[in-house]
Design a protein around this ligand. Structure first.
Ligand SMILES: [Zn+2]
Length: 319
């Protein structure tokens, strides 16, 4: 009996409920959750392999790395019009998490990844490890090139990272969490979050519509390309097909990010309940909540001293 690939029917169409959890698993992995934890989450949600078995870590990992999931053939070339579960870029990022390595950075969650920026140069701080401790730090210029990091601001794009700021991850995360929780306890904060959440949900809806339109544009272009035409016209169509595909991939990446936020279950209650929620919430939820509350957290240089107050070094930009 032919065995189908998770996410696809035997005839190659997407299976929406499988696509949803495979994407969520990818997000969690890329957000720094451990593979064992992600596998546990998938199974706890009741998802099974196409053979009907609980997922095992290596099987889930291998499945997510199948070229098919990113619409690629065995040689890594895009298959025309193939539906995709995750983007080829995401698959590359997953590969970069390299399975066998026991890099401490890979085995730790960095919930502020993407939101923490250097207070000196505005570059995004990267998850790292130094002297046996997890840190967030401003990348050196050569690293920034090889990592292909997104620049945090216009100035950063011009000048490159300074590489001079780093902060202990636990200290930074605890300080930001404290501020994020305090913000939640302010009068009106819950309502403000709910309205932010409503905006995010509205944008999710708009993006979904937009993606449908992009998909039908791709289909129309495919159909046109199957007819005969002068080379010049074909070249023009091919380049707009490429651009449309890229537009589609970008929209899907943004959609997945926003869907995380849209799914955030907001904690309610008093300080103790909120802190209890924070302690046991999965990284993706914490990230979603922090990102819903804050636009950025700037980390400034540390001051020497016996008990430096982490709050003196951070500056939160609220949404
Ligand atoms: Zn810097």
């Amino acid at each position: 009996m032919p065995v189908r690939t998770a996410g696809f029917t035997l005839s190659g169409d997407l299976v929406p409920e499988e696509v949803a959890y495979l994407r969520e698993a990818t997000s969690r992995l890329l957000a720094g959750e451990r593979r064992a934890d992600v596998t546990r989450w998938v199974n706890a949600e009741g998802h099974r392999t196409t053979a009907g078995n609980p997922w095992r870590e290596e099987v889930l990992w291998r499945t997510l790395l199948r070229p098919r999931l990113a619409g690629l053939d065995a040689d890594g070339q895009p298959i025309d019009g193939a539906p995709i579960v995750i983007t080829p870029e995401e698959q590359e990022q997953l590969k970069a998490l390299s399975p066998g390595r026991t890099d401490p950075v890979e085995n730790r969650e960095y919930p502020l990844g993407g939101a923490a920026v250097c207070g000196k140069c505005d570059w995004e701080l990267i998850p790292s490890w130094a002297a046996g401790k997890p840190i967030y730090r401003c990348p050196s210029e050569s690293q920034a090139d090889s990592l292909d990091l997104p620049t945090a601001g216009e100035d950063a794009a011009r000048s490159g990272p300074c590489g001079s700021i780093s902060m202990n991850a636990v200290m930074l995360e605890d300080a930001v969490a404290e501020l994020a929780l305090a913000e939640l306890l302010r009068p009106g904060a819950q309502e403000r979050l709910e309205s932010l959440l409503a905006d995010v949900k509205a944008e999710v809806g708009r993006l979904k519509k937009g993606i449908k339109q992009i998909e039908s544009r791709v289909k129309r272009l495919d159909a046109m390309l199957r007819t005969s035409m002068p080379d010049e016209a074909r070249e023009g169509l091919l380049s707009s097909q490429k651009a449309t595909r890229k537009e589609g991939r970008d929209a899907r990446t943004r959609l997945r990010f926003l869907e995380h936020i849209a799914d955030a279950s907001l904690p309610t209650g008093d300080v103790d309940e909120l802190i209890a929620w924070w302690k046991k919430a999965p990284t993706a939820s914490k990230r979603a909540l922090i990102l819903l509350e804050i636009a950025k957290v700037r980390v400034g240089p540390g001051r020497r001293g016996r008990n430096p107050d982490p709050h003196e070094r951070i500056d939160v930009e609220w949404r």
